[in-house]
Design a protein around this ligand. Structure first.
Ligand SMILES: *[C@@H]1O[C@H](CO)[C@@H](O)[C@H](O)[C@H]1NC(C)=O
Ligand SMILES: *[C@@H]1O[C@H](CO)[C@@H](O)[C@H](O)[C@H]1NC(C)=O
Ligand SMILES: *[C@@H]1O[C@H](CO)[C@@H](O)[C@H](O)[C@H]1NC(C)=O
Length: 296
């Protein structure tokens, strides 16, 4: 090998003289300050901070599993197709959204615990994006701390991906809230579907927007986490309620989410009911850039 050395040195000299001969700009690239972590505002007390730190750790765990799942299994995976459809563009679009959520610059992305816009007083509000008042800020209201579940509790208490509100878990709720912050995905993720059933509908019949639909990403991530990490299997995924079933009778709507929303329960009215009741119990509102308030 040694006899190769002179040639290498010669090549090096040649390269050096070439470089010296042309006007090369040696200035370093003008990189912005890159921040990996979301800032928890000083208005959060020590308990809120500890809970939010855990919630963000959960968020990144779920987002990482979604990202890895797509990257590894590719666009023909049945779970991928279930939420994102089969259009050729879906793979890199969905992968890019998760990549942006995880790795885009979080400089200035702030979550706070005070109530600067006065919205937390409204019944059921658990938090909101500050919209035009501060586009990179999100407020988490006191109600969020009472019953959002951490990742360890995935698939517990009869919760299913299809039958429980996506915001049941801190991780999925914060993924949703991060999608509202324009800098995280350059404002590309929005609300096209409105619930689990319409996510599946969108993916099956009209999937152009699926890789940019907030709920599609939330549901996909919950599904992957429920099966791959929580090991909850099909019982934890559950079945979608009928897309346009508004027939929630009093008799069924008071039922707690079934411990096992099995395939057998799939098409029954009972399967639809938990989604309706729990959604009301954990109402989750946010304001869009056009000023409209969206509660799910
Ligand atoms: C933090 O704030 C919450 C909500 O206002 C309150 O219930 C809790 O006691 C506070 N914790 C500390 C350590 O001050
Ligand atoms: C912005 O602030 C105004 C005035 O405080 C408030 O009425 C409005 O609801 C706030 N917007 C959001 C999205 O919270
Ligand atoms: C497809 O989805 C988009 C976005 O939600 C919607 O604007 C459009 O009307 C849908 N098209 C059909 C045929 O459902």
């Amino acid at each position: 090998m040694l006899f190769n050395a002179p040639a290498l040195i010669f090549a090096g000299v040649a390269l050096t003289s070439l470089v010296a001969a042309s006007p090369v700009n040696l200035a370093t690239r003008d990189l912005k300050n890159y921040v990996t972590d979301i800032t928890i505002h000083e208005s959060c007390n020590s308990t809120q901070r500890r809970m939010l730190e855990q919630a963000f750790a959960d968020t990144f765990e779920v987002a990482t599993s979604a990202h890895e799942y797509i990257r590894t299994n590719g666009p023909t995976d049945p779970v991928f197709e279930k939420y994102y459809g089969t259009k050729p563009a879906a793979f890199s679009a969905a992968l890019g959204v998760w990549d942006a959520l995880l790795y885009s610059n979080k400089d200035g992305v702030i979550f706070r615990c005070d109530n600067p816009d006065g919205n937390c007083g409204q019944p059921g509000w658990r938090g909101h994006w500050r919209g035009d008042n501060a586009t990179s800020e999100t407020v988490i209201c006191d109600l969020s701390y009472t019953d959002r579940l951490y990742n360890q509790a995935f698939c517990m208490y009869g919760n299913t991906v299809a039958g429980s509100p996506l915001g049941t878990y801190w991780s999925i709720d914060l993924i949703h809230r991060l999608f509202h912050v324009p800098q995280v995905t350059n404002g590309q993720v929005d609300h096209y579907a409105e619930d689990y059933a319409s996510v599946l509908e969108l993916a099956e019949h009209n999937s152009t927007y699926s890789p940019f639909d907030s709920d599609a990403h939330q549901a996909f991530a919950a599904h992957v986490y429920a099966v791959e990490v929580a090991k909850g299997g099909d019982a934890c995924v559950g079945q979608a309620a009928e897309a346009h079933d508004h027939d929630h009778t009093a008799a069924t709507s008071s039922a707690a989410p079934a411990a096992a929303t099995t395939a057998a329960a799939a098409t029954s009215a009972a399967a639809a009911a938990p989604a309706a009741t729990s959604a009301a119990a954990s109402q989750d509102c946010h304001t869009h850039s056009d000023g409209t308030v969206h509660c799910v």
